[in-house]
Design a protein around this ligand. Structure first.
Ligand code: XIL
Length: 395
C-alpha cells in the first residue's frame, strides 16, 4: 500500500515537472484496485468513514493504521474520545486533547468528522452516575447538566463537525422486558421521554451548521411493524420528532451485523432508508462491522470454517452499502474500525468469542469485504445510483 502511494506521488511529481515528456504511467487511468475507497465513493458524493482508535493512531510502531485511516476514508468518527467519560472525566474539567487531535487529523487529511456522541447511557463519567445514584444530583439538576454538556461540547467543536450523533441507542430491544420497544436507560429513567427533543434543540442552538442525527443499532430492516419491531419504533419516533418541529436532520443506522444471524437483502435495507428519507431526513450507516463466531476450527485456521465467514461478512457489507448507494439521502457509510487488529468485537463479544468483523485482517491485508465494498463503489452508477443530495440543517 505504501509503495503504491509512493509511486503515485512520484508519478504526480514527474508529470508536473516534465510536462513536455510523455509519461505513460501518468496518463493511464488508475485501475479500480489502485484507487482508494474514498476516491471511488467520491463519484457518488458518498463519504466513506471509519471509527478511529486514538491509541492506534498514535502508535509509532503501527504506521499502517495511520496511513490507511488517512488514505482510504473521507470521514472519521471518534471511537471513544468524544464520549462523556472521555471529555469530562472530572466534573467541570474538560479534556479536549484527544478529540481535538482527531479533528486536526481529519482537517489535515481533508476528512469530515462525525461527532459521536452527545447523549448515551454508556461510558458516562462516574461522578455523574454516582451523583445521581446517591441523590446528590437531583433529576432537575441532571437536566441542567445534560444541557450544559451538550452546549459545551457542541460549541467547542462548532463548525468542525459534519454530523452529530445527538442521541444514541435510546430504544430498547425486543429481548428486554417488556418486549414492546420503549425508551430505555439512564436518561429516560431520570428525565422522561422529553430529553430526546431537548437534546436536539440544545445541539441545534450550539451549532446551527451541524447535521443532527439519532443513531441506533438493529434498525437495518423492518420486521412486522408491531410493538416489538425496533426499526418501526425508531421510524415512528423520528416521524413524531419531525412532526413536532424538533431539529433532527438524520437517522444513523449503526450496522453491527453478525454472520450467525439471518441476513437482509439490499431491498429490505433500502426500504428503511427510503422510509426515513420520506420524512425529509438524511440517513447514514454509522458503525458497520460484520462479526463471526470464532469457533475452534476458525481459530485453528481451518479454511472450511473461515471461508464461509469471510464470504458472509463481505456479503453483508455489500447489502448495506448497495442500499445506501441507492438512496440519494444516504450520506455516509462508516465502518467501526477497519482492521481486525483494532476492533471492539473480540473484546466485547467473548462468550462465544467473535471476530473477523472488519475490512482488513490483523496484518492489514484487505479481506473479501474490502474488495466487495470497493467493487460496489466502482461499478455502481446511473440509473439506479446517483450522487447524494446534500442535507441542510433544519432551522
Ligand atoms: C464501543 C467502542 O468501540 C469500544 O472501544 C468501547 O469500549 C465501547 O464502545 N455502539 C456505539 C459505539 O454507539 O459507541 C460503541 O463503541 C459500539 C456500539
Amino acid at each position: 500500500m505504501r509503495r503504491f502511494l509512493a509511486i503515485g506521488a512520484a508519478v504526480v511529481t514527474l508529470a508536473g515537472a516534465l510536462t513536455a515528456v510523455p509519461v505513460l504511467a501518468a496518463q493511464r487511468h488508475p485501475t479500480v484496485a489502485e484507487q482508494s475507497l474514498r476516491a471511488l465513493a467520491a463519484r457518488h458524493d458518498l463519504a466513506i468513514g471509519t471509527a478511529i482508535d486514538m491509541e492506534a493512531l498514535h502508535d509509532a510502531a503501527d504506521p499502517q493504521y495511520r496511513a490507511l485511516a488517512a488514505s482510504q476514508f473521507s470521514t472519521v468518527t471518534a471511537e471513544n474520545v468524544m464520549k462523556w467519560e472521555a471529555l469530562e472525566p472530572t466534573r467541570g474539567v474538560y479534556n479536549w486533547g484527544p478529540a481535538d487531535e482527531l479533528v486536526d487529523f481529519a482537517r489535515r487529511n481533508g476528512q469530515r468528522v462525525r461527532g459521536h456522541v452527545l447523549v448515551w447511557q454508556n461510558q458516562l463519567p462516574a461522578w455523574l452516575t454516582q451523583g445521581v445514584n446517591d441523590g446528590t444530583i437531583s433529576d432537575a439538576r441532571l437536566r441542567d447538566i445534560l444541557r450544559d454538556h451538550i452546549t459545551a461540547v457542541v460549541k467547542h467543536f462548532k463548525g468542525k463537525i459534519w454530523q452529530w450523533d445527538v442521541v444514541n441507542e435510546a430504544a430498547s430491544d425486543p429481548w428486554d422486558s417488556p418486549s414492546s420497544i420503549h425508551l430505555k436507560g439512564f436518561w429516560a429513567q431520570h428525565l422522561g421521554p422529553g430529553y430526546i427533543a431537548d437534546a436536539f434543540r440544545w445541539a441545534r442552538a450550539a451549532d446551527p451548521g451541524a447535521l443532527l442525527f439519532y443513531n441506533d443499532y438493529n434498525i437495518e430492516a423492518f420486521g412486522d411493524r408491531g410493538p416489538s419491531d425496533k426499526t418501526w419504533y425508531v421510524y415512528t419516533m423520528a416521524r413524531q420528532l419531525r412532526a413536532s418541529g424538533v431539529p433532527i436532520d438524520g437517522v444513523g443506522s449503526q450496522g453491527h451485523l453478525g454472520t450467525q444471524y439471518a441476513d437482509y437483502d439490499a431491498f429490505q435495507v433500502g426500504e428503511v432508508l427510503d422510509a426515513f428519507s420520506g420524512l425529509g431526513l438524511a440517513t447514514a450507516f454509522t458503525e458497520v462491522d460484520v462479526r463471526s463466531q470464532m469457533t475452534a476450527g476458525v481459530r485453528a485456521g481451518d479454511p472450511a470454517e473461515i471461508n464461509p465467514r469471510l464470504q458472509a461478512s463481505a456479503s453483508n457489507y455489500s447489502v448495506l452499502l448497495q442500499a445506501c448507494l441507492a438512496d440519494r439521502h444516504c450520506l455516509s457509510f462508516t465502518v467501526w474500525g477497519f482492521t481486525d487488529k483494532h476492533s471492539w468485537v473480540p473484546g466485547w463479544f467473548s462468550d462465544p468469542p467473535e471476530g473477523l468483523a472488519t475490512l482488513y485482517d490483523e496484518s492489514y491485508r484487505p479481506k473479501r469485504a474490502y474488495n466487495v465494498v470497493k467493487a460496489d463503489l466502482a461499478y455502481a452508477g446511473p440509473p439506479y445510483v446517483l450522487p447524494r443530495i446534500p442535507q441542510k440543517p433544519r432551522r
